[in-house]
Design a protein around this ligand. Structure first.
Ligand code: AMP
Ligand code: MG
Length: 314
């Protein structure tokens, strides 16, 4: 299949409306979109990514009106989060409407919904005839793509179109909060921290999944965010990292001696923004080991810690 790269939201939406898979930019990471009413396009998302079919997709909307097309109930907590974070880097899990295909929700009675903030994403979604189901635009298990070149590198020949836009400014996937239960439960860390959620809805809790227990968010049980290089966590609570040949460092502190490559970030926001592209760069340069400093567990630091933790579990 020939993959078209375009800057035109009209061209990209036309392909999507014809049941083709289209990657598009958002502020978190790039998404891989399909019309939620097209079984063919939904199936092609799973094939293109090599994504397990029991891992549900997040539905992307451009307005509150569209939330009502996919959700059957909007509890008060969800209304509060919507007012503050639509558009923004927050996905809400709500009871699904009958019309939403089980292919989108992997058979769950709930649906994940997000409204991205990039103007180009909103313009694209407005031209699509229905809401758009979109997981991250990467091969399953790999770090999410934060620029169109990486999307193209992973998925060329497997999808119809890439809508070329700016690099994702946040760089990590959305926070997920389940509002289909009471109290609301945060299922995935992202740019919207638990502290911020609790300022708005104080009862919000963080989901804890015991080992061997089915996670509430199915995607959390899969290997994620992994570069080919081995990821080794560093910081006060870890053994001392010693630089070696073909190793790299990313963190907020200066690198250990002896690393071949390093990236020192000025704060956790920059760390989040650059993390996945650094992983990809290390893979291109055949780096064998990446030492990653755990940032403080505050704000987006929690989300970075979560991604690093899971990237290190091989
Ligand atoms: P991705 O878009 O690739 O970041 O993956 C979407 C994430 O959202 C996965 O971890 C899914 O398991 C999660 N997700 C999507 N829909 C639901 C749902 N209805 N309930 C719980 N988690 C969901
Ligand atoms: Mg993903």
């Amino acid at each position: 299949m020939q993959t078209i790269v375009t800057e035109s939201v009209d061209v990209a939406a036309t392909w999507l409306n014809r049941s083709e898979v289209v990657a598009f930019p958002t502020e978190t990471v790039y998404g891989l979109g399909a019309d939620i009413t097209s079984e063919k396009a939904l199936g092609n998302i799973f094939t293109a990514k090599g994504r397990p079919s029991d891992n549900p997709l997040i539905v992307h909307v451009h307005s509150f009106e569209q939330v009502k097309e996919v959700a059957s109930e909007i509890p008060e907590s969800a209304g509060t989060f919507i007012r503050h974070f639509f558009p923004g880097p927050l996905t809400l899990i709500l009871k699904k409407n009958m019309a939403v295909s089980p292919l989108v929700t992997a058979g769950l009675p709930t649906v994940g919904i997000r409204c991205p903030s990039y103007p180009v994403a909103i313009e694209f979604l407005k031209r699509c005839h229905h809401p758009v189901a979109a997981p991250s635009a990467n091969i399953s298990g790999r770090p999410s793509s934060t620029d169109w070149e990486t999307v193209y590198g992973d998925l060329k020949g497997k999808i119809r179109c890439v809508l070329k836009g700016p690099r994702s400014t946040i760089g990590l996937e959305s926070t997920i909060v389940d509002c289909s239960v009471d109290p609301p439960r945060m299922l995935r860390y992202g740019a919207v921290s638990l502290e911020i959620l609790r300022k708005l809805v104080p009862e919000t809790i963080a989901a804890t999944t015991q080992k061997h227990q089915q996670p509430k968010s199915p995607g959390l049980k899969y290997l994620h965010y992994s570069p080919s290089a081995r990821v080794i966590l560093c910081g006060p609570e870890y053994p001392l990292c010693k630089g070696e040949e073909n190793s790299a460092w990313i963190g907020l502190s200066p690198p250990p001696e002896g690393v071949t490559k390093n990236l020192v970030c000025k704060d956790s926001e920059e760390y989040a923004y650059k993390l996945f592209s650094f992983f990809r760069e290390c893979d291109r340069e055949k780096i064998a080991v990446i030492f990653c400093e755990m940032p403080p567990p505050e704000g987006i630091g929690q989300a970075i810690r979560d991604r690093l933790q899971r990237a290190s579990e091989v």
